[in-house]
Write a protein that binds this ligand. Sequence first.
Ligand code: PMP
Length: 277
Amino acid sequence: NLVYLNGEYLPLTEAKVSVLDRGFLFGDGVYEVIPVYGGRPFRLDEHLRRLDNSLRGIRMTNPLSDDRWAEIFGRLITGTHDQYLYLQVTRGAAPKRDHAIPDEVNPTVFVMCSPIAPIPIHGVRAITLDDIRWQWCHIKAITLLANVLLRQEAVDRGAAEAILVRDGWVTEGAASNVFAVIDGVLITPPKGNDLLPGITRDLVLELALENDVSAAERHIRIDELKGAAEIWLTSSTREILPVIELDGIPVGNGRPGPLWSQMQAVYQAYKQRLRTA
Ligand code: PMP
């Protein structure tokens, strides 16, 4: 099981980066997580375009062409089970520790492929927490300290995810986007600097449109979320995850809702089409 690091393929335990790497010192870098079904990266173009945007957001350019990325992914993917590619680009190792960006520095590029853990489709508990992150959440930055602390707070309280709230408005999960069924309409907050433009989120909206599910992108107040008939979390590795309890109170009847069942079926069918295409 090999990983890719700066042009080389080597065992995970032999992949080493400098302690002067700005990813290590400052969290100065970005990443992507790309699901792989049937041996093929899922929604690859969308992930690579988001990578471009994240890099541009931190004043970097993409170190590799799309073809080169695809070639690396192809070498790391083994078998046809569900897995995911994790890629990370940091600004690289500078000669000395200085916040300002050095003129000459080569990015560090790391990619690994891992199996996707089973998804708890019977539903999970979530809690709401104050969104303490920075204001550029549209960048998929490796600087994840706030997300780490928020997720741990959720785990400490017996929940799988923290749903984040900024000034009374729902933004997203600590590592997922949020959907809610309110008055029969599937709602998710609009894209902006306060949330990551999730690839799964976009696909769910696309599939809703194709299947005549009434959906809208608009801001959700915390009290609306608490009264929602259904709440879902979406992400590349957890697909569409129903939330069955929010802050200790059952969502709907405390089981995954009917619209979730419908979208779950549509989503799985879409994945299956791709697996066998
Ligand atoms: N928001 C945040 C903060 C995330 O970390 C993630 C997943 N890494 C998402 C949303 C979901 O994005 P995607 O569907 O592209 O995995």
